[in-house]
Design a protein around this ligand. Structure first.
Ligand code: GLV
Ligand code: MN
Ligand code: MN
Length: 433
């Protein structure tokens, strides 16, 4: 097809330079990121969880931006927002672009959001530059982080058709089940299957995202090609000891649940460091929670990631053995329950080539290739179709924090790269016909 309004795919400039169209779109996107950051359930910080009133508000706002860009929009049966540029024929295949609109607690303003907004502007730009051999469907996923129910990737799991009915009983911090939250949001749990897209129609899924680590900054490059996404598991752990008087109970009579949990957290770090994995205890609470009572109950989370599923599972076995040893020594029962499991996903070679071509078109001759330790919606889509990801430089690698940043210049380069990547996929399809 004719190249879009972006940079030419040949004669790339020596220094990465964005097109005028991308520079203008990047300014809009950064402004939109600021606007969305203010839609929060917490005063003074950004927190936006699945099936909340703020989720509904951002879906409405982004739907309007999609419509202004010429996309036809709808919300699906799992609360994901879709916008499509239709192809010439109704049964044409579909290329998916997207990322997520939900956030962690006290989040930055770019994680997920910038990828959704880049997808919208890319779809609008390509729609204006001539017909594509596929429809371009943008998805703003509703739950990537798992902030509310512990289980991540709920939105994209519904789209991939891998929803598990066991998830309906998951509870948020207030004891509201996922099933009830669906109903409160105006969704029908019985219809969640309707969110699934038919895999045979899909060309693949492309996601742009900030890196959430320092590799691109260290390499001095704005953009990178993701090779694979980390394998992950999450657990909710309960340590049950015995609550007793803080003054009257000698040490040898204590079964302190908090101290068992604290030792367990240190064991997670020790084992993961030794095995080149990453493990995080991100939440911990104790009961009864009084200054003069030995804690009888501690609850904590474990988030575990590694490059391959086998390694991750081997590390988890070592961690549970350590939990058992700590529990036996302290007279505390330490019981983990798995709340999330996602296999490692390897990006598709042809789509990675398209992303490489996109980056090359910006003038970057040797793009960085990197493995993502962070989870992404591409993990769910990767179960049913080809996926690839374009990473954007994230200064200092800080993310899941209000200081998270991506520069407008890098967003502009990313937009040009994404447009060329989509064109490359279109050209590849034309050639194989
Ligand atoms: C999401 O950002 C995750 O990696 O947990
Ligand atoms: Mn994300
Ligand atoms: Mn995130």
């Amino acid at each position: 097809m004719t190249p879009a309004t972006g940079p030419a795919t040949t004669d790339a400039p020596a220094t990465p330079t964005a097109s005028a169209r991308a520079i203008a779109d990047a300014a809009t996107i950064v402004r939109w990121c600021d606007t969305l950051a203010a839609v929060s359930q917490d005063d003074g910080r950004t927190t936006r969880v699945y099936l909340s009133p703020e989720h509904a508000r951002v879906n409405a706002m982004v739907a309007e931006w999609m419509q202004d860009a010429g996309l036809r929009t709808w919300q699906d049966a799992a609360g994901n927002l879709h916008g499509i540029v239709d192809a010439a024929t109704p049964d044409a295949p579909v290329l998916l672009l997207g990322s997520h609109l939900d956030t962690v607690v006290d989040a930055g303003r770019y994680d997920g959001v910038v990828g959704v907004l880049m997808a919208i502007r890319t779809a609008a730009r390509l729609a204006a530059s001539g017909p594509l051999p596929f429809a371009l469907q943008v998805i703003a996923f509703s739950d990537e982080e798992g902030t509310r129910f512990g289980k991540a990737l709920l939105g994209s799991s519904a789209v991939a058709g891998v929803w598990d009915d066991a998830w309906w009983d998951l509870e948020d911090g207030d004891g509201t089940t996922l099933r009830q939250a669906f109903t409160d949001f105006g969704l029908d749990p019985a219809r969640v299957g309707e969110a699934a897209l038919p895999p045979e129609r899909l060309v693949g899924y492309l996601e742009a995202h900030i890196e959430q680590g320092p590799s691109l900054e260290q390499a001095g490059q704005a953009l990178g090609v993701v090779t694979s996404i980390a394998s992950a598991r999450r657990f909710s752990v309960e340590a049950v000891g015995e609550a007793r008087h803080a003054g009257g109970t000698p040490y040898e009579r204590r079964h302190d649940a908090l101290l068992a949990a604290a030792e367990a957290a240190l064991a997670v770090e020790r084992i993961c460091r030794a095995e080149q994995h990453v493990g995080t205890v991100g939440t911990m609470s104790v009961e009864p929670g009084a200054v003069n009572v030995v804690p009888g109950l501690a609850r904590f989370s474990v988030d575990l990631r590694g490059e391959f599923d086998e390694g991750r599972d081997r590390v988890w076995e070592s961690i549970t053995a350590a939990f058992d040893e700590i529990g036996a020594r302290r007279g505390v029962t330490v019981s983990p329950t798995e709340v999330h499991r996602a296999p490692a996903v390897f990006c598709a070679p042809a789509l990675m080539d398209a992303v490489r071509a996109g980056i090359a078109a910006t003038g970057e001759v040797a793009p960085v290739e990197l493995f993502s330790r962070a989870g992404h919606d591409a993990m769910s889509l990767g179960l049913v179709t080809d996926v690839a990801m374009l990473f954007l430089r994230n200064p200092d690698g800080i993310s899941h924090h209000p200081d998270e940043f991506v520069s407008e210049d890098d967003v502009a380069l990313g937009l040009d790269a994404l447009a060329v990547a989509v064109e490359r996929i279109a050209d590849d399809r034309a050639e194989t016909r």
